[in-house]
Design a protein around this ligand. Structure first.
Ligand code: P6P
Length: 339
């Protein structure tokens, strides 16, 4: 890297955004800095997970009926602690908590934002050292400032998202966040303990040759989905490069790869789980917002944007198809022809 090039930290970047957007009050910048702080604390534990007794199961089941990993709990606690200690968030909806957490104190009640998060997605991969991630989205509250937030503040469609992002704890730790003005990525520099701008103005390549799906569920997919997967597996060489199958089992890692290289990730409904596995509010909406701002598409079915779904429950699930625009348009042909 050119030593003369000034490296911009996450804090400096959000302040630059503030200057470029005079109407901004600085609350979103503060909230993003809080998120960055919590992410750095989680990163310390994730990077040491193999060394300290934080691997493995916590011996309890979460609201999703899934084994809770110790790092899940730690990450959830870290984000809640930082956000509750800040003054930029009125409350949190988390995968790890049945109900919303209301930060009912005078300063937090004045905040105009609430946050939804999956504190540690892909946690089944923790014990095998595969990349995992935190996913978050920020909504402007619909209830009056000065009062405690309510569930209505969280049950907003993704097309109302103000900002969304993820942190991927992998070969390096990268925080990617989007506002309507663009998507930017920041890589953690451990030598200074700061997230530094490394992926300015991220754009999802309009095409790609990577498809990401759990082939183990193949027999449980609807016929149009099976036909699309077979198309990906046996693509006519004459129509361009053959596709490559990649499936990490950690959505943040799969979608981050596709955001950089181009590709498609699908988690369809199945015969036993018609709504699929992924949660709408704190997994699908944030990733859909980021990928759409970057130029990609995200659907729950042909013609149905993820971001347009009106939520009715905090933990509701949805099928999701997400990725490069041209690949998504090809997929939609398969899903539409079936209708
Ligand atoms: P399956 C992780 O548990 C997760 O929620 C996503 O990160 C990931 O893409 C998906 O589930 C993997 O699910 O059923 O393919 O193992």
């Amino acid at each position: 890297m050119n030593p003369q090039r000034k490296i911009m930290t996450l804090g400096e970047f959000t302040i630059q955004e503030l200057r470029n957007f005079p109407a901004a009050t600085g609350e979103l910048s503060g909230l993003l800095r809080d998120i960055g702080l919590a992410a750095k604390r989680v990163n310390v534990e994730v990077s040491q997970a193999g060394l300290v007794d934080i691997l493995g199961d916590a011996g309890r089941i979460n609201v999703q009926g899934e084994d809770v990993k110790k790092l899940d709990i730690f990450s959830n606690q870290q984000f809640i602690s930082v956000l509750q200690g800040g003054i930029n968030c009125a409350g949190v909806g988390s995968e790890e908590n049945e109900d919303i957490l209301v930060f009912d104190d005078p300063l937090s009640n004045q905040s105009k934002y609430v946050l939804l998060m999956d504190p540690l997605d892909g946690s089944g991969n923790i014990d095998v050292n595969v990349s995992i991630g935190t996913i978050f989205s920020v909504h402007r509250r619909v209830t009056p400032r000065g009062t405690p937030c309510t569930k209505d503040d969280f049950l907003q469609p993704g097309n109302c998202v103000v900002a969304a992002g993820y942190i991927i704890y992998g070969s390096s730790t990268i925080l990617v966040y989007a506002t309507r003005r663009g998507v930017n990525g920041f890589t953690l520099d451990p030598s200074i303990g700061e997230f530094c701008l490394s992926h300015p103005n991220l754009k999802c390549p309009p095409d790609g040759n990577i498809f990401s799906v759990n082939l183990g569920n193949m027999e449980k997919y609807d016929e149009p989905v099976k036909e699309y997967v077979r198309y990906c597996m046996h693509r006519d060489p004459g129509s361009g490069r053959p596709y490559t199958h990649r499936y990490i089992g950690s959505m943040v890692a799969d979608i981050h790869r596709n955001l950089i290289k181009g590709g498609i990730f699908i988690y369809p409904g199945t015969s036993d789980r018609p709504s699929g596995k992924l949660r709408l509010l704190y997994e699908c909406n944030p990733m859909a917002f980021i990928v759409e701002v970057a130029g990609g598409k995200a659907l729950t079915a042909a013609g149905q944007r993820v971001l347009d779904v009106q939520p009715t429950a905090i933990h509701q699930r949805t099928p999701m198809y997400i990725g490069s625009r041209h690949m998504m348009e090809k997929l939609e042909d398969f899903l539409t022809n079936a209708m």
